[in-house]
Design a protein around this ligand. Structure first.
Ligand SMILES: NC(=O)c1ccc[n+]([C@@H]2O[C@H](COP(=O)([O-])OP(=O)(O)OC[C@H]3O[C@@H](n4cnc5c(N)ncnc54)[C@H](O)[C@@H]3O)[C@@H](O)[C@H]2O)c1
Ligand SMILES: [Zn+2]
Length: 547
């Protein structure tokens, strides 16, 4: 990783002032590409635009950026439009930490007005020379937002004085340089007969994808598959990292959503791999949530009888659950995950920072699985979640990275002991899932997110365990409180009891006659029971479903 800080963002977000301050404090050089252009050309930017045209300006900007990026220990403030050029984006991502300074359109408008009055910035006046400047700013911002989103860190400057913005930038830089450069040590490892799969967990470690893949022994080409939402946010950073390590990558986007996990989409990926003449030693990288991981992993398991693949999970569910364990599958119209295989990835890299863009409800749903991991095997993790709930919900970097790493460790340990679900150990991961799955099925899969249904299921089975005298009320209460603190639902009022029972009956059939109930004994301890009195189950369900 290169020691440079590159500031991007709209006009008036303070890139120049903040950049100077940061450079001073680090004892680094400072360069503002707009100022440099003005100096070189000997005239203000509007004149360059008018006389030589925008293309000329962009060429100048690019060559200045290239030169600046060749050096190290520089803070570089870029012009507001520099990120529109894909080559510029690739360049800055490879040559340092990219930080976006952001502000609301109204703030930008106010600052522009003030700047014009003070006559300090002749370069930005054209923005005001239109009928409705605020509207123009909003439009431009919306248009540029996807490019600003490549930043490793975004600092909002609305209510912050320049010094505080510089503090935030420096803080971000320290964190990034600490975690960013040194090679990551695996937070966990899946060890099975077929393969050892290290799991790397870090904050802002996406840039290390290429180098970590090299270290994991992957040496040929890499094809990247992602869903369109994740691709638009993180595709460029992942691709830049793969390119920098010579993986000669190509990317394919699939639509987001569960329906994408289909055999038709697997065929589309097969076509893509055939088209690019992918060979046995090449790798496929799955960048995204569990949908992308399951689908891409399935393709990797079957194409050319098996290719190496790398999971880069970007949802909490994928980081702590879906990417770990080698179960890969697509759905059949008659059932979820009906067509699949066991195919361990060669490596998993979880950049926890990507969770900052995940929808809040998806995030909360993911916490249910983290809590579940604490309950089934790691009382220390459970206490950690109790002690740090507000920090975790706010995605505070250190705490969140720790929680994700610990949770991934639980899943890795369980699947290492029972890769193919033969010894019964892996079944412990189904805590809360018997009722959870039935709730999802009874509501047609559209109502609850998986984690929400599992949270309710965990409450149901905890009460069932209490009724059977397996666990005390205090433990059930601790579980309830933690689920509640993470904003998870605890009951399912109004869901149809008959449908829930029917779904559980079906579940029983697919498991050869008996439901394997994973019951609660203590925080960190669960056991499996096969015969639980139906009357007790119904009593618990009545409580859960009562309106
Ligand atoms: N293989 C396994 O062992 C296993 C285990 C659990 C779940 N799964 C599977 O995983 C799937 C669910 O995974 P999921 O919850 O990740 O769903 P998902 O992949 O559909 O992701 C949820 C949504 O979040 C978006 N998203 C993901 N990361 C983002 C980010 N960083 N920023 C912004 N948006 C982002 C996605 O585009 C999608 O719209 C299901 O298909 C399930 O069957 C598999
Ligand atoms: Zn689950």
């Amino acid at each position: 990783m290169v020691d440079n800080i590159i500031l991007i963002g709209f006009a008036t977000t303070g890139k120049t002032q903040v950049g100077r301050l940061v450079a001073d404090r680090l004892g680094w050089g400072f360069l503002d590409t707009d100022d440099e252009i003005v100096r070189k050309e000997g005239k203000p930017i509007p004149d360059i635009f008018n006389q030589e045209g925008e293309a000329y300006f962009r060429r100048l900007e690019r060559s200045i950026l290239v030169t600046a990026c060749q050096q190290e220990k520089n803070v570089i403030a870029t012009g507001g439009g520099a990120v529109l050029d894909p080559q510029n984006r690739q360049l800055i991502l490879r040559r340092g930490m990219v930080i976006c300074l952001d502000a609301a359109p109204a703030t930008i408008y106010e600052r522009l007005l003030q700047d014009t009055q003070n006559a300090t910035s002749p370069n930005i006046r054209p923005l005001l020379a239109v009928a409705d400047p605020l509207k123009r700013i909003m439009e431009l911002k919306t248009q540029r937002q996807p490019y600003y989103a490549i930043a490793h860190l975004t600092v909002n400057t609305d209510d912050l004085p320049v010094e505080s913005v510089a503090d935030e930038v420096l803080k971000g830089w320290r964190r990034w340089s600490q975690h960013g450069d040194v090679s990551l040590t695996p937070a966990a490892e899946v060890k099975t007969e077929s393969r050892n799969c290290p799991i790397f967990v870090g904050w802002g470690c996406l840039e290390q994808l290429g180098s970590m893949m090299r270290r994991a022994g992957l040496a040929h080409r890499a094809m990247l598959v992602s869903d369109e939402t994740v691709l638009s946010r993180y595709g460029e950073r992942a691709m830049a990292s793969l390119k920098a390590e010579g993986f000669d990558p190509c990317a394919l986007g699939v639509p987001p959503g569960e329906t994408t996990k289909s055999i038709e989409n697997a065929v589309k990926i097969f076509d893509f791999l055939v088209e690019h003449r992918v060979e046995r030693e090449d790798a496929i990288v799955a960048l995204g949530g569990g949908v992308v991981g399951d689908l891409t992993g399935f393709v990797a398991a079957t194409f050319l009888r098996g290719l190496p693949w790398v999971a880069v999970p970007t949802s909490l569910v994928a980081m702590v659950d879906a990417s770990i364990g080698g179960k890969v599958a697509v759905n059949h119209p008659r059932g979820k995950n009906l067509i699949g295989a066991f195919h361990q990835p060669g490596m998993i890299l979880a950049d926890v920072q990507t969770l900052t863009t995940l929808a809040p409800r998806e995030l909360i749903s993911g916490w249910a699985e983290v809590i579940k991991h604490g309950i089934i095997q790691d009382p220390g993790l459970f206490s950690f979640l109790e002690e740090n709930a507000p920090q975790l919900m706010a995605l505070q970097p250190e705490a969140t990275t720790e929680a994700v790493a610990r949770s991934a460790r639980v899943k890795a340990r369980v699947v290492s002991e029972d890769e193919k679900e033969t010894s019964g150990k892996r079944m412990l991961l189904n805590y809360g899932h018997t009722i959870g799955h039935a709730l999802e099925s009874a509501t047609g899969y559209g109502h609850f997110l998986h984690g929400e249904a599992v949270a309710i299921g965990m409450m149901g089975v905890a009460h069932l365990s209490q009724r059977l005298g397996l666990v005390g009320k205090d433990i059930v209460e601790r579980q309830r409180q933690l689920l509640q603190r993470f904003g998870l639902p605890l009951s399912a009022p109004g869901v149809n009891m008959e449908l829930v029972l029917k779904a559980m009956e079906l579940d029983k059939k697919t498991r050869e006659g008996a439901i394997h109930w994973v019951m609660l004994r203590d925080i960190g301890e669960v056991i499996t029971l096969h015969r639980v009195p139906q009357t007790e189950v119904i009593a618990v369900l009545e409580e859960l479903l009562k309106s």
